[in-house]
Design a protein around this ligand. Structure first.
Ligand code: FE2
Length: 332
């Protein structure tokens, strides 16, 4: 079973600049040189930065800079072997020196696989108080000065063919659909993970342009990686620290998605695409029933700075996804 993202490999224009960015963002740096940087998060997942022209960057069909390859973790050597045997039926699977397997998806994205023993992470966010519900007495909230993301929760690609991109993950990698944002994209979860989603394919033909939106152009591109932090305080302390270090601010600011219930804050990133602080997402298992969402209703329950296209209140629309809704019992 695939249990999550083991590594994201970025291909960038300026390795030194991107290294500084992720140090400020709060990722723990393991080593760096003029040619690369290696960050390792508490769960054992990795962020690697290299020049887009580095020979170690796979030549895939992705357009532009950003994440060029995702290495998926597999829970056991037996399951890894089984997965690779199936993939090798109709594509070349290449192994590198440390045993990591590499190949391409049906739409030409570079992916890899290796055994990944996830390190359990512990977090202790401050308890929350609300009227009549006191969880913190004689105790102030925790004070921190910068963020330290502990997990890589998901990666997002813009794709001209969401169904095709998703079908490979569903049919060949055994991912589950978590939710569908009508016309926008599909959220998918690895079968051995409980994050609401580990991958999202976003329709690259949406009519959004400009600096405060995705700036998509119909091509297969990297969009963003979500880094998991404890709570809203860590999201915002992280964002404030980034601003003090001179990095550009988030266009939309703090918000909460309705889909996955997750707090979000997207920051422009010199790797290309954006880097997201994420917290308080739904976790799901195979009992979860996917829904089809009105895209704007699902997109947010609140956002600090609404873009013009968010100003119209979205209709409260969602329905359980066809094929996943339990059969109705016949009337007696
Ligand atoms: Fe995200």
């Amino acid at each position: 079973m695939i249990n999550g993202i083991e590594t994201v490999l970025y291909g960038v224009d300026d390795v030194e600049l991107c290294t500084r960015y992720f140090v400020d963002f709060g990722l723990p740096l393991v080593e760096s040189s003029s040619e690369h940087a290696h960050f390792r998060l508490d769960e054992g997942s990795n962020v690697i930065i290299r020049s887009i022209n580095d020979p170690l960057i796979p030549k895939s069909s992705i357009v532009g800079i950003g994440v060029q390859e995702v290495i998926w973790g597999v829970d056991t050597p037996q399951n890894l072997e089984k997965l690779l045997k199936d993939l090798a039926r109709d594509r070349e699977v290449r192994f590198d020196e440390d045993g990591t397997a590499h190949c391409f998806t049906d739409d030409g994205l570079a992916i890899g696989f290796k055994v990944f023993t996830k390190i359990p992470v512990v977090s202790a966010p401050s308890p929350s108080n609300s009227p009549g519900n006191v969880n913190r007495i004689n105790q102030h909230r925790k004070w921190i000065v910068k963020a330290r993301p502990k997990t890589i929760q998901h990666v997002v690609f813009q794709t001209p063919d969401v169904e095709k991109s998703w079908a490979f993950y569903r049919d060949r990698l055994n991912f589950r659909v978590s939710d569908i944002q009508k016309g926008f994209g599909i959220f998918g979860r690895a079968s051995g993970a409980h994050d609401h989603h580990n991958i999202y394919f976003l329709n690259a033909n949406l009519p959004f342009k400009g600096p405060d939106v995705w700036g998509m152009d119909g091509q297969l591109r990297f969009d963003h990686v979500n880094f998991g932090v404890d709570d809203v305080d860590e999201v915002m302390v992280g964002a404030n620290h980034m601003q003090r270090q001179g990095w550009p601010k988030s266009a939309w600011g703090l918000g909460r998605h309705r889909i996955a219930s997750s707090l979000f804050l997207y920051l422009p990133c010199p790797t290309g695409g954006q880097a997201e602080y994420g917290a308080d997402s739904d976790h799901v298992d195979d009992s979860w029933v996917p829904r089809v969402w009105n895209p704007m209703f699902g997109f947010f329950s609140f956002v600090t700075n609404m873009a013009p296209f968010m100003l119209d209140a979205a209709p409260w629309e969602y329905e359980y996804a066809p094929g996943y809704t339990p059969e109705k019992k016949p009337q007696a």
